[in-house]
Design a protein around this ligand. Structure first.
Ligand code: SF4
Length: 398
């Protein structure tokens, strides 16, 4: 057993009784009595597995804070209003087991059914948590599908968390994918740097370099997740040549606040991770209590754009329910568009006007149809002629 597997096994909490004992010891018996009602939480636990690693536990500073809410089961998970089990209809776009092929040139390959810690808002909770939920025997049909579909140039390894696989299993997958000529990019969708940074071993970093270009979409939702251990793991990945991005989920009670999001984006950039997406929380059954309004997301993007470096501003997207794919959302900056001008507001709310290009006339002889690149505005044409003549005079004189 590797060291990281030992840490995962020995230092994680995966039973409600263990959780209650941990909370009693760390936050007091009153907190355990109030917050961890083992019998009341049992149906939520049975519905979606619980495991919280040592690293995730260390990120909880107090009862009910952002990291508590992400990992501690709640009876609210049992309240279903609009939630559905497969809210993105990933199974509807699955031509063979473990593959979701929704977009023209990329495909999702589910390679691991398990994660180090389980996030209570997880969209894929129907598939994740139980080794039986993704059959590893079914890799073969996935490889055959990817090889047969020459339009696929980008494969996203996901799950679960692909970094929960052993190095040898990951290397086998990399080798099989690299044997398919049309696959250019391999991406790992992984929350391991936040949940189990010990998994980013020197051996993994050595091995992965043989299969570039490899990208990793990390997943951080709160600045407090960027602990020294997480930042060190990100550094090891960067030094191994992996391009790092971050997907963040907008979650009520976790990061639905512009200041928290700004701090998160800055912390990511300091760790050389490019913020990539902020997602609206999906309408998944069991995770509805994490949902905010779309206006909240727009307010957050408005508080980022212009107020900080563009590098720190990810795209805000809704993954369209029912399988429509990701749709970007932007606050309304444009007030009016006419043929003459566009009126818009900047990040401070100040209004500006951009003149549309004026009516153009051909630069060539009248009556001769001109190509688009031959046409210039009348005034601009005269000005250009004047400055050409001036340049000629100057060069003759000097
Ligand atoms: S790491 Fe990802 S797949 Fe795993 S429980 Fe969290 S959100 Fe779900």
């Amino acid at each position: 057993m590797s060291d990281w597997q030992k840490v995962l096994k020995d230092d994680s909490i995966s039973t409600l009784e263990g959780l209650r004992a941990y909370v009693a010891e760390r936050f007091g018996e009153d907190a355990a009595e109030r917050e961890i009602d083992v019998e009341a939480l049992r149906p939520a636990f049975d519905n979606f597995q619980m495991r919280i690693t040592r690293e995730s536990l260390s990120q909880i500073r107090e009862v009910g804070d952002a990291n508590w809410n992400q990992f501690i089961p709640s009876v609210q998970e049992l309240e279903i209003v609009d939630g559905v089990i497969d809210s993105l209809d990933e199974d509807g776009d699955s031509p063979v087991p473990n593959i979701t092929h929704r977009y023209p040139d990329r495909a999702l390959f589910l390679v691991s059914p398990v994660c180090a810690s389980y996030c209570r808002f997880c969209t894929r909770r129907r598939k994740v948590g139980d080794p039986e939920k993704i059959s590893l025997r079914e890799y073969e049909s996935a490889f055959q599908y990817l090889a047969a579909h020459t339009e696929i140039r980008d494969v996203i390894l996901s799950g679960g968390d692909p970094m929960m696989l052993s190095d040898s299993r990951l290397e086998y997958i990399f080798q099989r994918l690299r044997a398919i000529p049309h696959i250019e990019i391999i991406r790992l969708g992984s929350r391991i740097t936040s949940h189990l940074p010990e998994r980013v071993t020197p051996e993994f970093c050595e091995m992965v370099q043989k299969y570039h270009p490899i990208f990793m979409n990390t997943h951080f939702n709160h600045p407090s997740e960027l602990t020294p251990a997480a930042v060190a793991a990100l550094d090891r990945l960067s030094r191994a040549g992996i391009s790092l991005g971050c997907q963040t989920v907008l979650l009520k009670g976790v990061n639905d606040d512009p200041h928290i999001m700004m701090a998160l984006m800055h912390a990511l950039l300091r760790a050389r991770v490019r913020p990539y997406y902020i997602y609206m929380a999906d309408q998944v059954a069991g995770g509805e209590h994490f949902r905010t309004t779309v206006q909240k997301g727009l307010e957050i993007i408005q508080a980022l754009r212009g107020w900080t470096s563009g590098l720190a501003v990810p795209q805000f997207v809704i993954d369209a329910p029912g399988g429509g794919g990701k749709v970007p959302l932007l606050p309304e900056y444009v007030e009016e568009i006419t043929e003459d001008e566009v009126v818009f507001r900047n990040y401070e709310g100040k209004r500006f006007t951009y003149k549309q290009p004026r009516q153009l006339v051909p630069a060539s002889a009248p009556g001769i149809a001109a190509e688009a690149h031959d046409v210039v505005p009348i005034a601009a044409g005269k000005a250009a002629k004047k400055s050409r003549a001036a340049r000629q005079r100057k060069s003759m004189n000097g």
